[in-house]
Design a protein around this ligand. Structure first.
Ligand code: MLT
Ligand code: MN
Ligand code: ZN
Length: 297
């Protein structure tokens, strides 16, 4: 199977439009590469492609990947569906930008679909533009795609709904990771942009995977508070910091064959490729790769 990493930054992107911190300055001056919002495209057969999450950068992300370009008909697309890990704005707002499509298949768990039906009424809005089909994902139930060449299975991660959702809160299956498997080779990818905690069953699934994309939002729990940009800790945001109790967290030390950070916040010192934090990650085999990376698994 094939994957294209469409973006690696957390909400706000890198640089963030209203931030003039040193790190965002480096992305503006060209010292560090800018990064789009975290998202992945995958394909079992190299012809039909699926997006994981639709970010505010989705138009630019599609344009920068030749395999996602339209054709062969005037208004057809190789993008056959969108899988959502959660209802966060940085993962769903891009659906509005896909409204020109003739049809969009969207897959998400029940609480995510409920949020997109009520507080963020994408479903109602999009219905006037295109024929969306909204498919409910059940935890641990795999869906087969691309003529049974690949399957995708949601794994429950947390009960945290976005801030804009008032009730119900928490909700089971609010956030999932995806396990994508090539059904011919048995190889698998895990995609987990939000990890609330280290659970034993998750660690085991990560250890078995050939390629693990995981939550690199924040380096420390109080990173945003220390910078004075938010009063919320990583834990309160539903993100496990990379550095806990003086060492890398257990996910960084997973036995997955390859490990790549995604959903990295612009405040995270690992954005700087010369930082000691980046060196620590490299020593544990964790990569921070550029947007647009194409990987055959
Ligand atoms: C998150 O990842 O926790 C959210 O996307 C943060 C946000 O944009 O509000
Ligand atoms: Mn986010
Ligand atoms: Zn910044």
């Amino acid at each position: 199977m094939y994957v294209r990493l469409l973006g690696t930054a957390a909400g706000g992107g890198y640089p963030q439009w209203n931030c003039c911190c040193t790190q965002c300055g480096h992305a503006r001056s060209g010292r560090q590469a800018p990064r789009l919002h975290s998202s992945l495209a995958f394909s079992g057969d190299g012809k039909d492609w699926y997006l994981i999450n639709a970010t505010p950068d989705v138009r630019q992300q599609i344009e920068s990947c030749p395999e996602l370009h339209p054709g062969p008909n005037l208004r057809s697309s190789p993008i056959k569906g969108v899988f959502l890990t959660d209802a966060e704005l940085d993962h769903t707002a891009g659906l509005l930008l896909l409204r020109e499509g003739t049809a969009i298949d969207i897959y998400a768990t029940a609480p995510v679909l409920a949020a997109l039906d009520t507080e963020f009424p994408l479903r109602k809005i999009l219905s006037s533009y295109t024929a969306c089909s909204w498919n409910v994902l059940l935890p641990r139930e795999a869906i087969h795609l691309d003529g049974d060449s690949v399957s995708i299975k949601p794994v429950s991660i947390s009960t945290k709904m976005p801030r804009y959702v008032k009730l119900p809160h928490p909700a089971s299956n609010a956030v999932v990771a995806f396990e994508i498997q090539d059904l011919r080779t048995g190889r698998s990818i895990m995609f987990a942009p939000a990890l609330e905690s280290v659970r034993q069953d998750l660690i085991e699934a990560f250890d078995r995977s050939d390629l693990l994309f995981f939550d690199g939002t924040l380096w420390t729990d109080n990173e945003l508070q220390n910078l004075g940009v938010s009063n919320r800790s990583a834990a309160e945001m539903g993100h496990l910091p990379l550095f806990v109790d003086g060492k890398l967290n257990d996910v960084c030390r997973s036995g997955a064959r390859r490990k790549i950070l995604i959903h990295v916040n612009n405040t995270n010192p690992v954005m700087d490729d010369k930082s000691f934090q980046r060196e620590l990650l490299a020593a544990a085999g964790v990569e921070v790769v550029h947007d647009g990376a194409f990987i055959e698994v």
